[in-house]
Design a protein around this ligand. Structure first.
Ligand SMILES: Nc1nc2c(ncn2[C@@H]2O[C@H](COP(=O)(O)OP(=O)(O)OP(=O)(O)O)[C@@H](O)[C@H]2O)c(=O)[nH]1
Length: 221
């Protein structure tokens, strides 16, 4: 049995930094961890990567293919769909490492966790290959500095949880960049009161969103 984390989150939220810290921790406790880069647009890593999707396909190559005419976003989706069509490549790359721990470092594009099915197809396949996974969703703690941002952040994390159907832990990144006041306010969002959220959301948005705000707040609670 192999265990691991599917590390997700919007672009620049700190996924690679998180992986780098987990790799350093595992080295300290003498535990073997393999990082699997699933981001075809990734640049460089400051830790060893066991499997790298860029050896199968790269966004730059896709974008420079005149017959495809794809930009960065379309190129990334194309690469992920290509991976799904070539999952035997991933299976071969993951052959070793029985009883080891794996970090799957994923691309940040939100559509991969909403309506584009590739990430859920990859996760389902990993499950069939005997991987027991949990989702780790990195969220920039700037999302916890106002009610409207909080709702937006919660919806994003919820979307990936529902799409991938994995047990999921949400990790706040970049707390060191918050002001002292914002850090003190964090507590309100970690255990939010629905009535407070609804009141603040109603103040921040037009009256015509009253019913929608109520539905969103009951979903969050
Ligand atoms: N101050 C601070 N900076 C951080 C933290 N985590 C990440 N960063 C910085 O944020 C930037 C983006 O971090 P990455 O780890 O590359 O983020 P990523 O989610 O892997 O980015 P993409 O691969 O582009 O999606 C880097 O400059 C990091 O040094 C943090 O907790 N605090």
């Amino acid at each position: 049995m192999r265990y691991g984390q599917v590390v997700m989150g919007p672009a620049g939220c700190g996924k690679s930094t998180y992986c780098s810290n987990v790799v350093a921790h595992c080295a300290d406790v003498k535990r073997t961890v393999h990082v699997v880069n699933l981001d075809p647009a990734a640049e460089a890593f400051n830790y060893p990567v066991t499997v790298d999707i860029r050896e199968l396909i790269q966004v730059d190559d896709v974008m420079s293919d005149d017959s495809l005419k794809l930009g960065p976003n379309g190129g990334l989706i194309f690469c992920m769909e290509y991976l799904v069509q070539n999952l035997s490549w991933l299976e071969e790359q993951l052959e070793d490492g029985e009883d080891d721990y794996f970090l799957f470092d994923c691309p940040g594009q939100i559509e991969l966790y909403t309506h584009v099915p590739v990430m859920s197809q990859i996760v389902e396949q990993l499950d069939k290959w005997g991987f027991r996974l949990c989702g780790v969703f990195l969220l920039d703690s700037a999302f916890l500095t106002s009610t409207t941002k909080f709702i937006s952040g919660v919806m994003t994390t919820l979307s990936s949880m529902v799409t991938l159907k994995l047990p999921q832990i949400n990790v706040l990144s970049k707390i060191d960049l918050l002001t002292l006041q914002s850090r003190e306010d964090l507590e309100r969002y970690l255990d939010p009161q629905t009535s407070d959220l609804l009141q603040e959301l109603s103040q921040a948005t037009h009256g015509k969103f009253k019913k929608l705000n109520k539905a969103i707040c009951s979903l969050v609670s």
